[in-house]
Design a protein. Structure first.
Length: 277
């Protein structure tokens, strides 16, 4: 597939990254890539595994310079959507430019960040502007306090997408108030969960299955769950690959109808791919 014509939706990978190692990177980054991850390589993975569409997530180490991701979105607009990283002071004109390129939301990588910063008037003002656009806010934060961020975002009218199973290192303990708050948040119809990168919370298949069962019960079903490969699996390249990450969903959701719902129906709805058909 070249991306020039709208392909029928056969499956959506909702979490992948593209970058080059020679791009400018933020000074406080936790990781620096030693290789390139190009959109053509990513699309080849989609094609090889029978998936039609993908979502590019701006890597944290590139900061708010989204131009490399935007270039990929503009080259393959029928197959890709994007989630950007932005400053709270971003203008509406700049948001317009992102939207025109295929961006549907922003990502907050809150690992190691003070949550109070994102409760400021400037950030809340941005979230309200995003809510008016119908955008999503994607959150990467550990399960112990991710639920603290969600109410303020929901009050601004955005859709909240929680990355990587909620990063439940050690599993979900419903006896912990913070874990119970996470589960309760999944019952909100504006909160979605990515079944992705279980390895980032040191979870094996059995642990991921247990987390999924608890999340599924809390959410009242799988209608707001989506899958992502987390390609190219930065920092875990030697431990996993695209095929293994896709096989995870086959194991977690052995029922074909449920797997189709997560890989296709849910993802197309969340990222607006239905308009491509």
């Amino acid at each position: 597939m070249t991306g020039l014509h709208p392909p029928a939706i056969t499956g959506v990978d909702t979490h992948a990254h593209v970058f080059r190692q020679d791009l400018p990177m933020v000074s406080n980054r936790r990781y620096s890539p030693h290789y390139d991850a190009l959109v053509e390589q990513y699309l080849a993975h989609l094609d090889r595994h029978g998936l039609s569409h993908g979502v590019l997530i701006q890597p944290s180490f590139l900061g708010t310079d989204n131009h490399f991701m935007l270039d990929a979105l503009r080259r393959y607009p029928q197959r890709l959507r994007g989630v950007a990283v932005v400053d709270a002071s971003i203008s509406d004109t700049q948001l317009d430019e992102l939207e025109e390129a295929g961006v549907v939301g922003i990502r907050l990588n809150l690992i190691g960040k003070a949550l109070t910063e994102y409760a400021s008037a400037e950030w809340m003002g941005l979230f309200a502007r995003l809510g008016a656009r119908g955008w999503q806010v994607e959150i990467q934060r550990g399960i112990d306090d991710v639920a603290l961020v969600i109410p303020g975002l929901l009050a601004c009218g955005v859709t909240v997408v929680i990355d990587h199973f909620g990063l439940p290192t050690g599993g979900i303990d419903a006896g912990k108030p913070s874990h119970q708050a996470f589960l309760q948040s999944l019952a909100n119809p504006q909160v979605w969960l990515k079944l992705s990168a279980a390895y980032r919370s040191q979870s094996d298949i059995a642990q991921a299955a247990t987390v999924l069962a608890k999340a599924r019960h809390a959410a009242g079903g799988i209608e707001r769950f989506v899958w992502g490969s987390d390609w190219p699996n930065t920092q875990f390249e030697s431990q996993t690959d695209y095929t293994e990450q896709l096989s995870l969903i086959d194991i977690l959701l052995p029922d074909t109808r449920e797997r189709t719902q997560v890989l296709l129906t849910n993802a197309a709805k969340l990222f607006g791919f239905a308009t491509c058909n």
